[in-house]
Each structure stands twice: as structure tokens, then as C-alpha cells.
Design a protein around this ligand. Structure first.
Ligand code: ADP
Length: 446
């Protein structure tokens, strides 16, 4: 096992990883920018290193500084969390070159899956059903228009290097296509420094269903059920649940087995999420994330497994402890992403938390680095915590969630808690009938 784990992240996920390390008896190193000196992950870690000024490029994304922090503290493994360098193949490679373990897959797997075009062709090769689209990057307008006509409109122009819902534009008709190509390319260039784009059939009313997988890098892999992340705003997840209200045991087993087999074939190591759109009973692969996801707790709540502990064990060379038949799903879990934002305009609301009273009780989990008196810095993502609720069934889970949202008090800043309080009252949410466009439509209503 590792002597010391450095956590190359901040906020709730840094705390999440730290908690797993503590329970395994592994000493931890927190890193932080000058803006995060008072953060909870820094307070609770065994050691901490300031790695630079507030901009992420000069701190959390700065590889030389992270390496120096490992050297100074003697950390022999790095957990990247999600975001920042978690899907940076070069970072994984550099760590390995310095004999420091990257808690995640091989740099090769990160590279293959990080490029969405390559990921799709890999998925196809592995027998995973893929959303129809161009075979590779689109060279020019002429090719785009030919491919779009073959597929039929509407089509979606997507950035090969895409992430966070950026660099994605819908073209409903042939007339829209040139504009969609130009804007997607410009957005992709600005966000990722790479303007390659590809085309996909635009699905009108799919759900977003993703399969959680775990491999040991030795050819064993299992799936831990699915998560339904269809409630989205601007292609970003807002609320997630497990299991999906749209799948039955047979459908779950079918897609789970397909994905686990694919991961066995490539000898995938660590945690991964294979994302699909699901429409009319069919799955369409869109991408794979080679890291822990924000919404991993809903899977933990229904499986009783600690995914971070599993990640650390596997990274240290241990085999998978569980076989597929030992993984049982029990009850239902829902996660709400609590952002420091105005719940109507979604304008960020950084500042000081003057009062913080999280809910509690049976089946309730709050993952957050926030506390009374904490000052949310304006430089980073607005996610300040996650409320995760588990119940014996979906109905109990929803009733518990309602109760928790009414108990949760945060003062001094605005949060998205009131949005969730509204959402749990909606019949469509109660009935589990919503697709990826449901929330946008709901928010547009006067
Ligand atoms: P990112 O990596 O930027 O998050 P994804 O490919 O994972 O991009 O897609 C994010 C979301 O965008 C999906 O969950 C879905 O809501 C929407 N989306 C992606 N591809 C399609 C498609 N072909 N048709 C309709 N919606 C899509």
C-alpha cells in the first residue's frame, strides 16, 4: 500500500478522497492555491503544500508544482479527483516517470478515451453500440453537408476534445450547418486549443444513462449498475439518480455485461464511466470518462461500496475484491449538486457563508467542504456540495430528499437548493419521466 497520497484537487472531492485515505490509514497531503488556504481539505490533511496563486493554471493545473509537492512531502501516489488534471494523459505519464503512482487508468487509456472521435471508434470495435455520426473528424463544409444529409437532420456538431458541454452546436436544417460548424469550431479552439469537430445524429428525447465500471488492469472488470443523469442544464448534470427509472433488471444486465466485457478486453484499470444516450430502448455510446465522477456517491449508496477505496486498492496493484454476482443493488439514491449560484439566473454567488446547517438522519449524506464562516473564492467551479439521499425505494428516497431540502439552510450566499425544492414537487420528477431536455424546458416556463 502507499506511504502517502497527495490529493491534486480542491473542494468536496479533495475531502472525499482524504476521507477514504484516512479510513485506510494512509497519510495525506493536501495541495492548495493561496485562495484556498482556509479550505477544509487543507485543515483535515496530515500535511499541506501551497502550490501557487488562485488561477488554476498556476496552481491546480500546474504539473511542475504538483511534482515538487510530491518530492517535498515524499508522496508516492497522487489522486487527481475529477476535473483539473484527472484526464490528462501527460500528467499520468510524468508521474509514472517519477515512480509516483497515478490513481487512475494508464496514460494510454486516458489518451484513447480523451479524444472523443477515437473513443467512439474504440467503443465500436469493442462491440458497444455507438450513436450514429461521422466516421472521424470533419474536414470541411462539403463533407459535413454530405454526412448530415446521409444521417438526416437534426445533427449535432461536437468538439473532439470536448468536455463540460462546450463546443456543441445543433443544426436543425442544412442552412444551419455552416453556422453550427463555425461556432462549434471557434468554441472548441477557445476552450481546448483544438478545433477538430465531428458530427452526430442529434437525438430529440433521449435519457443520459451511464454505466459505472471497475477494472483491475489484469483483465478482470465488473459493472456497478447505472446512473441516470438526464436532468441537465446546458448539457451539464444537475441531479442524478441510481438506478435509472427507465431500466429494468434485464436491460441493466445487458448493457452492463456489454460494457464490462469491453473493459475486460482492453484490460482497463480503475474506475471508469461509459456514457450513453438511451432512446426507445436503445443505447448509444457518447463518451467514456476515465476517472471518478461527481455523481459517484449514488452508486456507492446503492452498492454499499466505497469507490475511492477501490480506486486506491487497485492502483496499489491489488486485484478486484468483488465478482459480478457479489455486487447487489439495493434501494434508490438521488444526488443534488448544490452550487453557489442564483437558483433562477444561475449567476455565480461567491462570498462568505454566514450560516450553514446541513440536513441529517438515516440515509442522508452531505459531501461538502463548506462550513459556517467559509469564504467561497470566485476563481473555481461553483459546486460547493452534494446532497445525496438513499431510500428503500424511489418513493422513500424522494420523500427523504424533500425533507432534507427543507432542513438545509445556507445563508450569506445564494445556492441552488430552492431549485431542487421545486423540482421534487414536479409530477414528472416524481414519476421519473424526463429526458435530457426536460429541465431546460422547465426553466424556460414563466
Ligand atoms: P461533454 O463531454 O461536453 O459533457 P458529452 O458528449 O458527454 O459532452 O455530452 C453531454 C450532454 O450533451 C449529454 O448528456 C446530452 O445531454 C447531450 N448530447 C450529447 N450528444 C448528443 C446527441 N447526439 N444528441 C442529443 N444530445 C446529445
Amino acid at each position: 500500500m502507499f506511504d502517502k497520497v497527495l490529493i491534486a484537487n480542491r473542494g468536496e472531492i479533495a475531502l472525499r478522497v482524504l476521507r477514504a485515505c484516512k479510513e485506510m490509514g494512509i497519510p495525506t497531503v493536501a495541495v492548495h492555491s493561496t485562495a484556498d488556504a482556509d479550505a477544509m481539505h487543507v485543515r483535515l490533511a496530515d500535511e499541506s503544500v501551497c502550490i501557487g496563486p488562485p488561477p488554476a493554471a498556476e496552481s491546480y493545473l500546474n504539473m511542475p508544482r504538483l511534482l515538487a509537492a510530491c518530492e517535498i512531502t515524499g508522496a508516492d501516489a497522487v489522486h487527481p479527483g475529477y476535473g483539473f488534471l484527472s484526464e490528462n494523459a501527460r500528467f499520468a505519464e510524468i508521474l509514472e516517470e517519477h515512480s509516483i503512482t497515478f490513481i487512475g487508468p494508464t496514460s494510454e487509456h486516458i489518451r484513447i478515451m480523451g479524444d472523443k472521435i477515437e473513443a467512439k471508434s474504440t467503443a465500436r470495435r469493442l462491440g458497444i453500440p455507438v450513436v450514429p455520426g461521422s466516421d472521424g473528424a470533419i474536414a470541411d463544409e462539403v463533407q459535413a453537408s454530405r454526412v448530415a444529409k446521409e444521417m438526416g437532420f437534426p445533427v449535432l456538431v461536437k468538439a473532439a476534445a470536448g468536455g463540460g458541454g462546450r463546443g456543441m452546436k445543433v443544426a436543425r436544417t442544412a442552412q444551419d450547418l455552416d453556422m453550427a460548424l463555425k461556432t462549434a469550431r471557434a468554441e472548441a479552439k477557445a476552450a481546448f486549443g483544438d478545433d477538430s469537430v465531428y458530427l452526430e445524429k442529434y437525438l430529440e428525447r433521449p435519457r443520459h444513462i451511464e454505466v459505472q465500471v471497475f477494472g483491475d488492469g489484469k483483465g478482470n472488470a465488473v459493472y456497478l449498475g447505472e446512473r441516470d443523469c438526464s436532468l441537465q442544464r446546458r448539457h451539464q448534470k444537475v441531479m442524478e439518480e441510481a438506478p435509472s427509472p427507465a431500466l429494468n433488471a434485464e436491460g441493466r444486465k445487458k448493457i452492463g455485461t456489454t460494457v464490462a466485457k469491453a473493459m475486460q478486453k482492453i484490460r482497463y484499470r480503475g474506475a471508469g464511466t461509459v456514457e450513453f444516450l438511451y432512446e426507445d430502448g436503445e443505447f448509444y455510446f457518447i463518451e467514456m470518462n476515465t476517472r471518478l465522477q461527481v455523481e459517484h456517491p449514488v452508486t456507492e449508496m446503492i452498492t454499499g461500496l466505497d469507490l475511492v477505496i477501490e480506486q486506491i486498492r487497485i492502483a496499489s496493484g491489488a486485484p478486484l475484491t468483488l465478482s459480478q454476482d457479489e455486487i447487489t443493488l439495493s434501494g434508490h439514491a438521488i444526488e443534488c449538486r448544490i452550487n453557489a449560484e442564483n437558483p433562477k439566473t444561475f449567476r455565480p454567488s461567491p462570498g462568505s457563508i454566514t450560516y450553514w446547517h446541513p440536513p441529517g438522519g438515516l440515509g442522508v449524506r452531505v459531501d461538502s467542504g463548506a462550513y459556517q464562516g467559509y469564504r467561497i473564492p470566485p476563481y473555481y467551479d461553483s459546486l460547493i456540495g452534494k446532497l445525496i439521499v438513499h431510500g428503500k425505494n424511489r418513493n422513500e428516497c424522494l420523500m427523504r430528499l424533500k425533507r432534507c431540502l427543507s432542513e438545509f439552510v445556507v445563508e450569506g450566499i445564494e445556492t441552488t437548493i430552492p431549485l431542487f425544492a421545486d423540482l421534487v414537487q414536479q409530477p414528472d420528477i416524481a414519476n421519473g419521466v424526463y429526458d435530457i431536455h426536460w429541465l431546460e424546458k422547465y426553466l424556460q416556463k414563466p
